[in-house]
Ligand binder design. Structure first.
Ligand code: ATP
Ligand code: MG
Length: 214
């Protein structure tokens, strides 16, 4: 099943970032987007994740044209089906790691998966305040929070940027396992070509176009 279909996207800020970008994501599939700093990867991810309306083009998520939805419908889609892992984690700072997961649990009526916490090596840190955690621990808590929602689509912008190579690979394996088990898919933006190559497909944003390189 098609989780995401983007057609003929173009976007311009001060100058044109890209045009005629089309992309599809299927169930169980992972796609990486690479490209130079400033090439527009994060902007494209925001557009694909329903957060920024492009100047041109259409984004369909689970068959719905996201920029034509009513704001209440879009909010429901975001809450129930989309998982966003961005470099700044948007964790609630005054709360403990566990309380952050509880928010996701309540919003989506799912349960907190102890297994997931073990795989991310964050069981021990669950009672600590977010501000007392290292950058990499915060990143792993934010990944746990996103997966607790059981989203169909994961949008991740450098989700392992604060992690050592081994932990980064473990986290990628966890994402792959998650997408297989939950009939989900993942779109990953990264600078790390080794991590990108773990994905089923790799696209490069270059010269204002998106080209498939794997
Ligand atoms: N909200 C905005 N308003 C104006 N210009 C923006 C905005 N967001 C991004 N840009 C510009 O668009 C270009 C692409 O930015 P973007 O963040 O998408 O790049 P990127 O490929 O993700 O880079 P990096 O690898 O460094 O994260 C940059 O020149 C940036 O300054
Ligand atoms: Mg970026």
């Amino acid at each position: 099943m098609k989780l995401l279909q983007a057609t003929q996207l173009s976007h311009t800020f001060e100058c044109e970032l890209f045009s005629n970008v089309s992309l599809e994501l299927n169930t169980h599939e992972s796609i990486a987007i690479v490209g130079m700093s400033g090439s527009g990867k994060s902007t494209l991810l925001h557009i694909l994740a329903s957060l920024l309306q492009p100047n041109k083009g259409e984004v369909k998520i689970l068959g719905k044209d996201v920029y034509k939805l009513k704001s209440s419908e879009l909010a429901t889609l975001k809450r129930n089906s989309l998982g966003l892992v961005f470099q700044s984690h948007y964790l609630f700072k005054g709360f403990s790691a566990y309380e952050n997961l509880e928010v996701a649990k309540l919003l989506s009526q799912q349960s907190i998966d102890e297994n997931l916490l073990a795989q991310l090596h964050i069981q021990e840190t669950m009672q600590q305040k977010v501000t007392e955690l290292s950058g990499g621990q915060q990143q792993r808590v934010s990944i746990a929070r996103v997966l607790t929602k059981k989203p169909k689509l994961i949008f991740a912008d450098e989700p392992t940027g604060n992690l050592d190579t081994q932990t980064a690979h473990e986290v990628m394996e966890l994402f792959f396992e998650y997408t297989k088990k939950n009939d989900a898919g993942m779109l990953l933006v990264t600078h790390d070509t080794a991590l990108a190559n773990l994905c089923d497909k790799v696209y490069k944003l270059e010269n204002k176009s998106l080209i498939q390189i794997k």
